[in-house]
Ligand binder design. Structure first.
Ligand SMILES: NC(=O)c1ccc[n+]([C@@H]2O[C@H](COP(=O)([O-])OP(=O)(O)OC[C@H]3O[C@@H](n4cnc5c(N)ncnc54)[C@H](O)[C@@H]3O)[C@@H](O)[C@H]2O)c1
Length: 244
């Protein structure tokens, strides 16, 4: 039996990842904030258990890992997909916006990784952090988001070095635009019609389209699998060629 703990699993990439792992035969703890939506995700497969709650403090992260161990007895993969996008430059970003963004996009993956590490050492498992192409190259008017996603990539690499000898692999995926509620909310923040906004993002991409959440989930599943047994400390763009 292989067990994955997936955050942000009530929507978007996290939901698609929980389902992809379950369909590949993994047992999954799907963690999210919206219980109703989590139940819809769990309806897809009997292999999916749900954990509902806000993740901000290390205590909540410790509790989520402990509950996953109570449910399944082991963890083979942690997928950190929960995240938020707040727009603003260095002048307009408030203390609260900066703190909230860094908390969910960086602190929570760190707290969960730390709590899960003893279990990952036992299983010789892996972590997949959902960063962003904006963690590799900056985007306009998103200083806190870009800083958090860049730092998440460096956390990935630093932890990968420390954990390689124990057989624990840690990688980051760096999507460009993905068709999820976060991108829809981006249209609102940019004060644009959703269709117009999505078309603009698709146009930026060399392959002319936005990714599906399932495509990101597929990369996470590959990175968690034995087929990726020699891959650690990487930040892999999945962006239709944008970063090329
Ligand atoms: N959609 C994109 O274009 C895109 C591009 C690059 C990277 N990403 C990254 O992908 C990840 C998933 O985003 P998505 O696109 O699926 O959007 P999404 O909004 O559907 O998913 C984010 C999830 O994180 C959860 N979340 C946020 N704050 C939380 C908290 N404090 N505690 C618990 N859960 C919390 C939300 O409830 C939501 O379910 C994010 O880290 C995001 O930065 C998305």
């Amino acid at each position: 039996m292989s067990v994955a703990l997936v955050t942000g699993a009530s929507s978007g990439i996290g939901a698609a990842t929980a389902i992809a792992f379950a369909e590949a035969g993994w047992e999954v703890m799907a963690a999210g904030r919206n219980e109703g939506r989590l139940e819809e995700v769990a309806d897809v497969s009997e292999r999916i258990a749900i954990w509902s709650g806000e993740l901000t403090e290390s205590e909540e992260c410790d509790e989520l890992v402990a509950d996953t161990i109570d449910e399944f007895g082991l963890i083979d993969c942690l997928v950190n997909s929960a995240g938020i996008l707040l727009r603003g430059d260095a002048i307009t970003t408030s203390d609260d916006e900066w703190r909230d963004t860094l908390t969910i996009n960086l602190d929570v993956p760190f707290y969960l990784s730390r709590a899960a590490m003893p279990h990952l050492q036992k299983s010789r498992g892996s972590i997949v952090n959902v960063s962003s192409n904006w963690g590799l190259q900056a985007g306009a008017n998103a200083v806190a988001y870009c800083a958090s996603k860049g730092a998440l990539i460096m956390l990935t690499k630093a932890m990968a070095l420390d954990c390689a000898a124990d057989g624990v692999r840690i990688n980051a995926v760096c999507p460009g635009g993905v068709d999820t509620p976060m991108l829809a909310a981006g249209a609102e923040l940019a004060d644009k019609e959703p269709e117009e906004f999505l078309a603009e993002i698709a146009e930026f991409s060399p392959n002319g389209r936005i990714a599906t959440p399932e495509e990101i989930a597929g990369l996470a599943l590959f990175l968690a699998s034995d087929a990726a047994s020699h891959i650690t400390g990487t930040a892999i763009p999945i962006d239709g060629g944008l970063s090329a």
